[in-house]
Design a protein around this ligand. Structure first.
Ligand SMILES: [Cu+2]
Length: 113
């Protein structure tokens, strides 16, 4: 999770790998120190960068999806707790269509890291 400024939204970057023979659809995310954690995509149109919310994101069988600056990211609104100390990890839960979920620790980084 990347914290830009306290009280500002934080962004989460990761690579989601699907090692199964069936496709997955990511439908949501949550973390204890985010009031909401939503799927976002950065897009550049006519030289202007903006973000849009993504309702769901398919992950192909044996494929992966990258969440990276300039593309998909998790947007943490109203970060609190560990996200404000710029240290440690935040347990992020990813939810998939069909009811499955996975929780993984995300390293917390302040700006400039
Ligand atoms: Cu965003």
């Amino acid at each position: 999770m990347q914290v830009l400024l306290p009280s500002r939204p934080a962004a989460g970057y990761f690579t989601l790998e699907n090692r199964a023979s069936t496709p997955l659809t990511l439908v949501g995310a949550s973390a204890p120190d985010c009031q909401t954690l939503t799927l976002h995509q950065s897009v550049t149109e006519g030289g202007t960068a903006r973000m849009t919310a993504v309702a769901s994101l398919p992950v192909p069988a044996y494929g992966s999806v990258s969440f990276a600056p300039g593309g998909y990211h998790l947007m943490c609104m109203q970060p609190s707790g560990a996200l404000l100390t710029h240290r440690g990890t935040e347990n992020v839960t990813l939810r998939f269509q069909g009811g499955g979920s996975v929780t993984a620790p995300f390293a917390i980084q302040g700006i400039g890291h």
